[in-house]
Ligand binder design. Structure first.
Ligand code: NAP
Length: 151
């Protein structure tokens, strides 16, 4: 299993408000597209429902407790599927999915939005859960790109 968590988070690990992103950071959206192209991407049912359309070139695996459609899985069937997946798979949120799959991720790429926004959904503070920040570089005027590894 080769799982990478990708998220944009503010300085207090906020990631969402009212079912949406709290900010618009075009550089992050561009990077997400490039980084996920050609890959399988895991998303929670709620996040999938916010997408304006399917994501061309990406294979979406939807996590749900009611897996009825093609590409939708409960946690057990998703983990079985991921265990036989040789390539990197991206875990792309939202909050519940990050919590469920964090123990299986080896690496996290966080777009750090350098402000505190009003948020009702958060990512766990990785530094308090056995992860270490190994690299940080500017992504845009308002964000840095951070790489975290499990220690
Ligand atoms: N900043 C970012 O990078 C980023 C990325 C993605 C999303 N977001 C934001 O995050 C928010 C949405 O997050 P959320 O936590 O409300 O929802 P979510 O994680 O997108 O989806 C939650 C749904 O996933 C399914 N699920 C979650 N854990 C499960 C488990 N252990 N087993 C089976 N199914 C499970 C359930 O679907 P069923 O109800 O169908 O059973 C649950 O209702 C939005 O504001 C969105 O914009 C932010």
């Amino acid at each position: 299993m080769n799982l990478t968590l990708m998220a944009a988070a503010d300085l207090e690990w906020g990631i969402g408000i009212d079912g949406k992103l709290p900010w618009l950071v075009p550089e992050d959206l561009k990077r997400f597209k490039a980084r996920t192209m050609g890959k399988a991407v895991v998303m929670g049912r709620k996040t999938v429902e916010t997408l304006p359309s399917t994501l061309p070139g990406r294979r979406i695996l939807t996590l749900t407790r009611n897996p009825i459609g093609f590409g939708s899985h409960d946690l057990g069937s998703l983990l079985l599927h991921l265990a036989s997946e040789p390539d990197e798979v991206i875990v792309a949120g939202g909050g519940e999915v990050y919590r469920a799959l964090l123990p299986y991720c080896a690496k996290a790429e966080i777009t750090r939005v350098k402000a505190v926004h009003d948020c009702d959904t958060r990512l766990l503070n990785l530094s308090e859960h056995g992860w270490t920040l190994v690299r940080s570089e500017p992504l845009s005027e308002v964000s840095d790109l951070e790489e975290w590894r499990r220690t």
